[in-house]
Write a protein that binds this ligand. Structure first.
Ligand code: SAM
Ligand code: SF4
Length: 342
């Protein structure tokens, strides 16, 4: 199955959904497993998907080539923790042939940073140039409270190794009520001093964790007020196809992204689809509809694969409807973020 570039129908048959949005970004959760247990992401006793249900990397590669043949130009690998899945580096190296051919602009990765000290050189050599690293605090005790793992020093070491190995880094910081608001200006300053951009993210209600979302959620409007106690913020024209809008402070030089799925819905510009480690394609992070590509890929029916992609474009919803408004509210999306990869 390896090394097949599927070119019927061709890239002229680009992915446009029912709302006229061009879809050119594929995010893949290569595994839902993780070596951390962030309190907003999963419970301590997490039930993971059975390993026997996972797509092989050959199958993932095949699906990537299918999606690239339909106009996907950017792939982000996520999880769970993508770096814990064995064989990942070979998968990326192989996929990089599409960067060499010009069909893919980039392969990026979102990671918790715990394995970067060991793996960042291999990542760079395999073709990755930019990574997002999740880090919600610079304080050892809070890091343990948030991730339930005592690994801050190792993550910081990994970040520095990754930087030395030439990877461009953006920090992802989930803002958690009563937890990291008081240090947000330190985190921004630290990130910018290291030449890292940073994106701040609102907690999304995905899956049950051990905590009530209402005790975790804080709007980024409130976070901006805290930042403004130290810096003045100005809008920038910088825009990616992603959900962030970017601002700069008057004193630091890098960007601050604001990702506000709850307080300021950004779905009108959505350009992405998401593939899970078991081959389900989700058209929206915040909705439940999916198409099972694993069963189709195993029948080898290429026309059915293409017609399923066409169907995906027809049913991609207009918007998510995340909502955290009262105590004991069950999430409308029962799967955890780790299944669809953030
Ligand atoms: N393990 C990797 C990591 O933490 O970067 C990749 C997977 S993780 C699911 C991807 C991103 O989703 C991380 O930045 C994480 O902080 C964020 N995330 C996880 N659960 C979330 C939630 N319920 N709401 C908002 N962001 C969440
Ligand atoms: Fe693991 Fe990332 Fe979820 Fe934290 S946010 S538990 S690191 S998948």
């Amino acid at each position: 199955m390896n090394n097949i570039f599927i070119n019927t129908p061709s890239k002229n048959n680009k992915l446009i959904d029912n709302f006229g949005r061009k879809i050119d970004y594929l995010r893949i959760s290569v595994t839902d497993r993780c070596n951390f247990r962030c309190t907003y992401c999963m419970p301590e006793k997490m039930k993971f998907l059975p390993k026997k249900d996972l797509l092989t990397f050959d199958e993932m590669d095949y699906l990537c080539s299918l999606f690239i043949s339909r106009g996907i130009t950017k792939i982000r690998l996520s999880g769970g923790e993508p770096l814990v899945r064995k064989g990942l580096i070979d998968f990326i190296s192989n996929l990089s042939r599409f960067i060499s051919s010009g069909d893919l602009k980039e392969i990026t990765l979102t990671t918790n940073g715990s394995l970067l000290d060991k793996m960042s050189k291999q990542l760079y050599d395999s073709g990755v140039r930019r990574i997002n690293v999740s880090l919600d605090t610079l304080m050892k005790d809070k890091f343990y409270q948030i991730t339930r793992r005592d690994d801050l020093e190792n993550v910081i070491k990994g970040l520095m190794t990754a930087k030395d190995n030439g990877l461009k880094i953006k920090i992802n910081t989930v803002m958690i009520k009563n937890k990291n608001l008081d240090e947000i200006n330190n985190i921004i300053e630290w990130a910018h001093n290291n030449n890292f951009d940073i994106s701040l993210i609102e907690t999304m209600p995905m899956g049950l964790t051990d905590q009530d979302r209402i005790d975790q959620y804080i709007s980024l409007a409130e976070v901006e007020e805290e930042i403004k106690k130290k810096y003045s913020l100005k809008e920038t024209n910088y825009k990616t196809a992603g959900p962030s809008f970017y601002k700069k402070t008057n004193k630091t030089k890098n960007l601050i992204g604001f990702i506000t799925p709850l307080s300021n819905n950004f779905c009108a510009n959505c350009n992405r689809i998401r593939l899970t480690s078991t081959g389900k394609l989700f058209m929206c992070l915040g909705q439940n509809d999916s198409i099972d590509f694993r069963s189709i890929i195993r029948t080898g029916n290429i026309m059915q694969l293409h017609s399923s992609i066409d169907k995906a474009m027809k049913i991609k919803p207009k918007a998510h409807d995340f909502n955290i408004s009262k105590r004991n509210q069950r999430p409308t999306v029962s799967r955890h973020m780790s299944v669809t990869g953030g």
